[in-house]
Every structure is written in structure tokens, then in C-alpha cells.
Design a protein around this ligand. Structure first.
Ligand code: ZN
Length: 375
């Protein structure tokens, strides 16, 4: 008897989850469409719709055009019934975003807050997250969690940073944040978070190499729709690919890493301009900027060409610089990176749109996936 009770409870939970996920995937649907899609009895669908509606997770919003008879209600999820918060931490900046259940950024803020390894710093982050939640009137009970993406390799148990030369954040621990943030928290390497965002956005990606074109360069590999970690969690760290053994010194101690040519910092240092200003001048045709950018694209194309041979999949250009890329830039890379017999087609290259918020948003998406599996 007990077993039977548990089984029927499980079926109830599974059906509710199926109905919710069906509505989620269809975006706009009707009771009959759900019943058809799931091959589920209309009364079971009705019960679950009522239950989900009562919990504020779905809503009826208008009617479909009538095809004779009563016009069916349009059913959709309540997009902001749950919200995930992402925090992106760089050496000099902090980015905070809130994403709705479809992973769209609904609120964001950029803070000028230099990193320091102190309890005060983590307290400030906690205060800023709290302020962000209050300013944007996000209901605390709707918050699934706060996901923190930072520069640095994260230990395999997710509790601390194991390699953090750029920011000097070797001491960073998940517990440093949870002391001041009263929600579930997780810590993630920003490159992996960026890759997660691309997986989320592009359901047809199987294998890809992700270039995170941030102030510092980052990267990751997606293999069979999983983010490749490696034994020491630094799999895919393409920023330290050596492309010129006599090149400039990299922060890792080696010379000629891709980082020293393709980070946004390199462009700022070479041009003496902030990124926004650099691109304004570049698009006006200022010679020195054109020269720096051409050099940048050449080096990027060189890495794309080599990594494309290994990964034989999508090439994803993501992060801070991605929204500055034009179609001409992509064409240039394609021409420079193409080398028969392993050509790269235009549709293999994807360009991210989240800019500086990419790691924060990508990190936040983990909580949405958890929610969708358990709702
Ligand atoms: Zn390096």
C-alpha cells in the first residue's frame, strides 16, 4: 500500500512537471494543445493547470482566434515567477544581473568595485546584491539563487578558487560570499559560465570552442553538449595557447600566449583608448585603430583556425567584445582562418550578444535548469 501511495504521488509530480515544461517550451499554448503534445487526458491537464496557476507559475492571457466553438485560453508561464541572480566579478568591476525564467536579463548593473581579498569586500558585494534586489523590487521569495562567476579556476568541489593570478583571488571561497548573501549561492569560473550561456541559447550546439573576449581572454570547449573541464579544471584555457614563443610576457609567466594579443586589455593598451572609444574611432576609419584591429583579428583567426581543426564544430565569439563585431569582421576571420581541406562555414560562427554580462548571466542559468527539472 505504501509503495502504491509513493508511486501515485510520483506520477502526480511528474505530470505537473511535464505540463509546466510543455507550456514553457511552447511559450503560448492551450489546454488542448498540451493534452495533444503530452498524450495526456484533458482532465489531468486541467488539474495541473489549476495547480500551477494557484502557485502563480502560469497564467492565462487572452484567447486564441476561434476556429469554431469556444475560443481557447492562451496559457503561458509567468516569466518572472522565479528569478536567478548572477554576479560577474572582475579585477576592477562587478556586474549583477537578474534573469527571468527564459534566461533574459531583466535587470542589470555595472559597479566600479576593485577586488580586494578582505571581508569588507565580500560584505560590500552582499550589500550591493541586496540593494540590487530592493531597487528592482525583486521579491525575495522568487529568487532561486545567486551564482557568482569570477576569473580564476574553481576547485572541483566548487568551494574555492584554485588558480587566480589575474585578480590575486586565490583566497576566494564560496563561503566568503554566503556569509553575506542569504540565498543559495554557487561559484563558477567565468569562462565556463559563458559557455553555459551559449549552450542554453543554442540548442543545436554539439561541439564548440568558446572565445570569451573579455578584458582578459578566456575560453572553453563544449564537447557533446558538455563543458569540458579536464583533470585540473583548466581544460579549454585557450588564452594560454602559445602563438609566438618570443612574444610579450603573459601574466602566467610564459611568452606569446593568445592572451597577450587577443584580450580587450591589449587593445586598450595598444590604442591608449577605452574600448568604447576605440571602436568608435575604428568604425570612423582611424588608421591606427584599423591597424590594431586587423592585427587582433589576424591573431584570433590564427587561433580559430587551429582550434577548429581540433573541435570541428561551432566557433563562439562571446563576452565583452562580441557585440562590437560586424559582419565584415566575421568575413575577415573566415577568409583568414579558412584553410582547405578544413573550411569553416559562416553558420559555424556564432556571436554572443550579452557583452560584459555574459559570465554573470551564464552563471545564473544553472538555477533555472534546476528549477525546470524540479518544478
Ligand atoms: Zn599565458
Amino acid at each position: 500500500m505504501v509503495d502504491k501511495g509513493i508511486t501515485s504521488l510520483n506520477v502526480k509530480v511528474i505530470n505537473r512537471n511535464k505540463v509546466y515544461n510543455c507550456i514553457y517550451k511552447e511559450v503560448f499554448t492551450s489546454k488542448q494543445q498540451i493534452a495533444n503534445k503530452l498524450q495526456m487526458g484533458i482532465s489531468t491537464v486541467s488539474q495541473n493547470i489549476k495547480s500551477l496557476e494557484k502557485d502563480g507559475l502560469i497564467e492565462r492571457n487572452g484567447n486564441f482566434d476561434s476556429t469554431g466553438g469556444r475560443r481557447a485560453d492562451i496559457i503561458q508561464i509567468v516569466r518572472n515567477a522565479r528569478v536567478a541572480i548572477g554576479v560577474g566579478i572582475l579585477k576592477k568591476y562587478v556586474f549583477i544581473v537578474a534573469v527571468d525564467l527564459y534566461g533574459e536579463i531583466i535587470h542589470s548593473v555595472t559597479l566600479n568595485l576593485p577586488y580586494e581579498s578582505s571581508r569588507d569586500y565580500y560584505k560590500t558585494i552582499g550589500d550591493k546584491v541586496d540593494e540590487f534586489i530592493r531597487t528592482n523590487q525583486i521579491k525575495p521569495e522568487s529568487i532561486l539563487g545567486v551564482s557568482i562567476a569570477t576569473q580564476g579556476i574553481i576547485s572541483s568541489d566548487g568551494q574555492s578558487v584554485s588558480y587566480g593570478v589575474i585578480m590575486g583571488n586565490h583566497e576566494m571561497k564560496l563561503s566568503s560570499f554566503t556569509e553575506f548573501i542569504p540565498y543559495p549561492c554557487r561559484l563558477e569560473h567565468d569562462c565556463k559560465a559563458a559557455a553555459y550561456l551559449e549552450l542554453w541559447k543554442n540548442k543545436d550546439i554539439e561541439n564548440a570552442v568558446v572565445f570569451l573576449l573579455n578584458r582578459n581572454l578566456g575560453g572553453s570547449f563544449i564537447i557533446n553538449r558538455r563543458i569540458f573541464q579536464g583533470v585540473n579544471m583548466h581544460g579549454g584555457a585557450l588564452e594560454h595557447l602559445c602563438i609566438n614563443k618570443d612574444g610579450p610576457l603573459c601574466y602566467c609567466g610564459n611568452r606569446g600566449c593568445l592572451e597577450t594579443y587577443c584580450s580587450a586589455n591589449t587593445i586598450e593598451n595598444a590604442s591608449g583608448m577605452e574600448i568604447q572609444v576605440f571602436f568608435e574611432n575604428l568604425r570612423k576609419g582611424v588608421n591606427s585603430c584599423v591597424q590594431i584591429w586587423t592585427d587582433y583579428l589576424d591573431k584570433l583567426a590564427f587561433a580559430i583556425r587551429n582550434l577548429s581543426i581540433i573541435i570541428d564544430g561551432h566557433i563562439i565569439i562571446s563576452g565583452y567584445l562580441a557585440p562590437f563585431f560586424t559582419e565584415d569582421d566575421i568575413s575577415y576571420i573566415l577568409r583568414a582562418a579558412n584553410s582547405p581541406p578544413f573550411p569553416i562555414e559562416r553558420d559555424q560562427i556564432l556571436v554572443g550578444t550579452y557583452g560584459q554580462y555574459t559570465p554573470a548571466a551564464g552563471a545564473a542559468l544553472h538555477y533555472l535548469d534546476e528549477f525546470l527539472q524540479t518544478v
